[in-house]
Design a protein around this ligand. Structure first.
Ligand code: DC
Length: 230
């Protein structure tokens, strides 16, 4: 069976990674969270107080970064390693969320991440979620989704998720962060968040997770069949 590449782009917190993980499990594909790569780079930059306006500092920092994904049997998901250290949970912190869009807008950072993402897709059989996967990383992917949902729903979902980890987080803080990231991500110069022309739009404002999975899985199975004509 020939495998395909499935891309999922969209606004912050509209459930891209949830859908990507479910689809990967159903199809036996590998899920890659490209946002985790930008978050891990951001964590490194914060720790090393890298000046984003200094091309020299950014380039030097990137030379010292190795990113890998490792499957964790216990959590049953791929987790990101920054220079060998598992930072999967640390990168979900608000401190990283507040800085990640600025870091992800830097040209050298994008080149670094996109180059690695392209290599990960060489063997196909992957589902990658992010902001520019269907437009820049895999413009020829067999199947592209563009996800969206009402801002109020997205805030509520992200707030619940963050509140479980940190009860000090406020709903305003979460809302401001989502709006700020959406703004920066869609207005940056280098590969901004855009809906690919050939992407299928999935608005899940009024869909349950089961309905969404059923719908997306049907489309994915169809795309795989099309890639494997009898
Ligand atoms: O998917 P996420 O929320 O974990 O992504 C974190 C940030 O990383 C997001 O605000 C923008 C950036 N990002 C990006 O610029 N391009 C990607 N392909 C994925 C994420």
């Amino acid at each position: 069976m020939k495998k395909v590449i499935i891309t999922i782009d969209g606004w912050s917190s509209c459930g891209k990674s949830t859908l990507a993980k479910q689809l990967a499990k159903q199809l036996g594909y590998v899920y890659i969270d490209s946002g985790a790569m930008y978050r891990a780079i951001t964590l490194y930059f914060l720790r090393q107080t890298v000046d984003l306006n200094s091309k020299k500092e950014v380039t030097k920092a990137l030379e010292n970064i190795t990113l890998e994904f490792e499957y964790n049997e216990k959590s049953q998901q791929s987790e990101i390693l920054l220079n060998g250290e598992n930072v999967e949970y640390m990168i979900r912190d608000m401190i990283v969320a507040e800085k990640v869009s600025d870091v992800a807008a830097v040209k050298e950072v994008r080149e670094f991440a996109v180059d690695q993402q392209k290599k990960m897709g060489k063997k196909k059989g992957i589902i990658m979620d992010g902001r520019d996967i269907g437009t820049t990383v895999f413009p020829r992917a067999e199947l592209k989704f563009f996800m969206t949902a009402d801002i109020a729903i997205r805030v509520e979902r992200r707030f619940k998720e963050m509140y479980e980890k940190n009860p000090n987080v406020s709903i305003e803080e979460v809302k401001n962060n989502l709006e700020m990231r959406d703004y920066i991500d869609s207005n940056r110069e280098v590969s901004p968040l855009r809906q690919a022309k050939d992407a299928i739009v999935l608005d899940n404002t009024n869909l349950t997770m089961e309905q969404q999975l059923k719908y997306a899985l049907g489309i994915a199975q169809n795309a795989i069949e099309m890639a494997n004509p009898a």
